[in-house]
Each structure stands twice: as structure tokens, then as C-alpha cells.
Write a protein that binds this ligand. Structure first.
Ligand SMILES: N[C@@H](CCC(=O)N[C@@H](CS)C(=O)NCC(=O)O)C(=O)O
Length: 198
């Protein structure tokens, strides 16, 4: 198996960390989405990463489908078996990914639109979702009672992306992020190897 990714991509960081955590043998290959290489487009018509390629079988995208796939392949190493714990992990992942979606909307608005067409109210709306999401995390501290889950991995991937692209702008909304990362790194020491880098 191989994951197409880019070093800055938070969703890619999530699935690559998850693959490492499961112990499955998964290679990685960097692709540049802006160039729309055929390897990417032929395996994901949306032209987005991450994509997981399997020998002689269909590609898997997007990141949440990959997470569920890796969980099945590894006999359940990413999500708790008990329904309540599993739902909690999946909702945490949905929150982390949802905040990441808003951050990406910010980055793309500024990267792909000419300066005079950047729509500040749209950016403000996305940012309010980000800060509400971070405040939610502060009010509802993440628990590790079920061990490390796909939810924690998604949240660590989000944190790495916040550090990379939004340094100095988000930390006060979720002061608990330090305790979370300390606990996460204790359970996944390779974090710094995988988190988003520009
Ligand atoms: N919902 C998708 C989002 C994937 C996504 O937006 N990836 C970004 C990189 S972080 C991308 O490929 N952007 C290029 C594009 O949208 O053309 C997932 O979870 O995999």
C-alpha cells in the first residue's frame, strides 16, 4: 500500500500517522496537487490528497475513508470496539477535520484569489467556526481512556497545521492544546516526524 501525500497537508498527516500507529506496511509518495499529476487524477478524480493506493485493488479516498479502511485492515487498531467509544472517537475526528476544512478555506482564499477578490466576511465566518471549535475543545477536554484513537490522531494533525499556518493566532482559544500534545506524544513519539511542515 502507498499513500499519496504532501508534507504540509493535515489530512495526509492524519492518515500517515494512523498507518504508522496500526503497524501496517504503508509507503508514502509526495505529489503536488497543483500540478494535477496523472498518478493523482487517475486515482482520485477530485485531485485531492491523501489517496491510498493498493496493489490490484481500488484506490481509497478521502482521509476518513482511509482511516476506516486502515482500521479494518489492522483488526480495529484505530477506533474503539464499544459503540459509545467509537462514536466519541469519530465525532472528535469530525470536529478536528471540520476545523481543518475551515483553515484550508482560509489558506485557499488567500492563495488562489486575487487580492481584490478576497472576501473578508467569508474568512471571518470560517475563522469563527475555528475559534468556536477550539473553545469546544477547551470546554470538553479530550480523554484518552480508550487509548489512542483516530480522533486523537486527527486532532494532533490539526494542531500541527495550526502551528504551521496560523502561529500566534489560535493558541489562546485552546490553551489545553499543550497538555493534549504532551499526552499524544507520550503515546505516539513519532509525532514530530509526521506533523505538517511547509
Ligand atoms: N475531505 C478531504 C479533504 C482533502 C483535501 O482537501 N486535501 C487538500 C490538501 S490538505 C488538497 O488535496 N487540496 C488540493 C485541492 O483541493 O485541489 C479529506 O479528508 O481527505
Amino acid at each position: 500500500m502507498k499513500i499519496l501525500y504532501s508534507p504540509a497537508s493535515p489530512y495526509s498527516a492524519k492518515v500517515r500517522m494512523a498507518a504508522r500507529h496500526t503497524g501496517l506496511s504503508v509507503e508514502s509518495e509526495v505529489v503536488k496537487t497543483d500540478d494535477e499529476p496523472s498518478l493523482l487524477i487517475e486515482n482520485n478524480p477530485l485531485g485531492k490528497i491523501p489517496v491510498l493506493l493498493q496493489d490490484g485493488d481500488s484506490p481509497v479516498f478521502d482521509s476518513r475513508a482511509i482511516m476506516q479502511f486502515l482500521d479494518r485492515q489492522s483488526g480495529g487498531k484505530l477506533y474503539p470496539v464499544d459503540p459509545a467509544g467509537r462514536t466519541q472517537a469519530e465525532v472528535l475526528e469530525a470536529l478536528a477535520d471540520g476545523i481543518t476544512d475551515c483553515l484550508l478555506a482560509h489558506v485557499y482564499e488567500r492563495r488562489f484569489r486575487p487580492e481584490e477578490k478576497i472576501h473578508q466576511p467569508w474568512l471571518d465566518k470560517q475563522w469563527s467556526k475555528v475559534t468556536r471549535g477550539l473553545a469546544w475543545l477547551e470546554a470538553n477536554p479530550v480523554s484518552f481512556t480508550d487509548g489512542l484513537t483516530g480522533g486523537h490522531i486527527a486532532l494532533a494533525a490539526l494542531t500541527g497545521y495550526l502551528e504551521l499556518r496560523f502561529a500566534g493566532q489560535w493558541e489562546t482559544f485552546w490553551p489545553g492544546h499543550r497538555a493534549f500534545i504532551t499526552e499524544f506524544e507520550a503515546r505516539f513519539p513519532a509525532y514530530s516526524e509526521f506533523k505538517s511542515r511547509g
